[in-house]
Design a protein around this ligand. Structure first.
Ligand SMILES: Nc1nc2c(c(=O)[nH]1)N[C@H]1C(S)=C(S)[C@@H](COP(=O)(O)OP(=O)(O)OC[C@H]3O[C@@H](n4cnc5c(N)ncnc54)[C@H](O)[C@@H]3O)O[C@H]1N2
Ligand code: MOO
Ligand SMILES: [Mg+2]
Length: 422
């Protein structure tokens, strides 16, 4: 029997979900496996950078006092007594009139206080010795990379909560983080429901479609940084679906189902939550697509009943499941980043509920534009492949015109600590 559902605002829905946020434990992973992981501790300098005074050039380490009288008119000659490459330490200490040939990155030899690059010198061989000719003077400290000029011991260089990217990884290596402290990934179970669903390798049959949601959601889970556990597809049979949900719940941190969550005769998820005794946080959100998105809690675990319609399923995950995952991982910016953009085409439909339109973002002459892509229907799958943003049109508004400034959520953005709507 049909029972009316009361829609809540998307912000309230997100808040309801995040009441059950929990942070995962810290685990150590090899630096080689740390890409994309969220740091659980700040990266702290355990030594100065550079760790010693060093040469930033290929050239000669000199005693600047020896060069005081050098000029174009009165060039001086200095004797080269040793060559030192990066990683080696000079064995000799130059006396007056002596220099050490030095390569970029090598530690400044004792007794020297400036570097002259090769290009400013002329080499002279005489009596089995090597000399350089210099036509100008140098001051103490000329061309030296000084110890700690970049960073000092105990400086915090990257805060906890940051994602490991190539730059962060360079610092992890610099400071000897062979093992990196990161947030443990939650395991997210996935079931696709629907008697109409075919596996990817199966040929089409009358009345059937291929199951795309589980692949899409698995990919969204991976992109969010969690571990997907795909259980397969289920035909619309109450007992089989109920049993599958109960069994999966023991093995996962969160369970996602797609489909079967609306008011149809074979939409069994609402009844499954009821039989389970789960606490249904909401079963309708005032948004399009994804209005049927339902979330229930059972023994502290969340069950996301995402819509079967691909676009609604996609949006439901990004707005509701993804933030939960981010908080679990330790990311203080769990929500999609919001920017303002210029609508690139008319959008004549009225918006009784807030609408999230699959869109393509571009930057032209320094301005952000967003263009709706494909059909704006929740059953549409093709638009998703061309979207990197969601245009947000507030509920209770009429159509929008090309050129209007609108909020745009970035699907590949930095993340935000703010929920989208106030
Ligand atoms: N009387 C009403 N009918 C519907 C309402 C409503 O408010 N009153 N809401 C509509 C809206 S909005 C949506 S969204 C859908 C949601 O339906 P369900 O979440 O129950 O999903 P299903 O009915 O199982 O499937 C909907 C649609 O999606 C296709 N589908 C399902 N699973 C997959 C999959 N894994 N891969 C690709 N496509 C999938 C399915 O074949 C259906 O076409 O309800 C409306 N109805
Ligand atoms: O849940 Mo439906 O996607 O609102 O369109
Ligand atoms: Mg249905």
């Amino acid at each position: 029997m049909y029972t009316e559902r009361k829609p809540i605002k998307i912000n309230e829905a997100v808040e309801a979900v995040l009441q059950f946020a929990k942070e995962g434990e810290l685990e150590y992973v090899s630096i080689n496996d740390s890409d994309g992981r969220i740091l659980k501790q700040p990266i702290k300098a355990d030594h100065d950078i550079p760790p010693f005074d060093r040469s930033p050039l290929d050239g000669f380490a000199i005693r600047s006092e020896d060069t005081v009288d050098a000029s174009r008119e009165t060039p001086i000659e200095l004797e080269v007594i040793e060559t030192v490459g990066a990683g080696a330490i000079a064995k000799r200490v130059p006396k007056q009139g002596q220099v050490i040939r030095i390569m970029t990155g090598a530690e400044m030899p004792e007794g020297t206080d400036a570097i002259v690059m090769f290009e400013l010198t002329k080499e002279i061989e005489r009596d089995g010795k090597t000399f350089i000719e210099l036509k100008r003077s140098f001051k103490p400290g000329d061309n030296i990379s000084f110890k700690a000029e970049e960073t000092k011991t105990d400086d915090i260089l990257v805060e906890a909560g940051r994602k490991v990217d190539p730059g962060v990884k360079a610092l992890l290596a610099t400071f000897g983080y062979n093992k990196v402290p990161v947030g443990k990934k939650p395991i997210i179970g996935v079931y696709a429901t629907g008697t109409e669903l075919l596996d990817v390798e199966e040929p089409l049959e009358p009345g059937k479609i291929r199951n795309s949601n589980s692949y899409m959601i698995t990919s969204q889970i991976l992109k969010a940084g969690a571990v997907p556990k795909y259980y397969g597809k289920l035909v619309d049979d109450f007992d089989r679906c109920y049993e599958a949900v109960v069994n999966a719940l023991d093995e996962v941190d969160v369970l996602i189902t797609t489909g079967g969550v609306s008011v149809g005769d074979f939409d069994y998820l609402p009844a499954i939550y009821e039989k389970l005794g789960a606490n249904v946080l909401f079963n309708k959100i005032a948004m399009r697509p994804g209005s049927v998105t339902t979330v229930a809690e059972y023994k502290g675990k969340l069950l996301f009943g995402l819509s079967g319609n691909p676009s609604a399923c996609y949006v439901g995950f990004e707005l509701l499941t993804r933030p939960w995952v981010q908080l679990y991982l330790g990311n203080p910016k769990p929500h999609l980043q919001k920017v303002q953009g210029i609508l690139k085409a008319d959008f004549p439909k009225p918006n009784p509920f807030v609408r999230f339109i699959r869109s393509k973002m571009t930057i032209e002459e320094g301005k952000i534009f967003a263009e709706p892509v494909g059909l704006d229907k929740s059953g549409v799958v093709t638009s998703l492949a061309n979207s990197d943003a969601l245009v947000v049109l507030p509920g209770g508004t009429r159509g929008f015109k090309k050129g209007d400034v609108v909020d745009v959520l970035l699907l590949n953005g930095e993340g935000s600590s703010e929920i989208l709507e106030k």
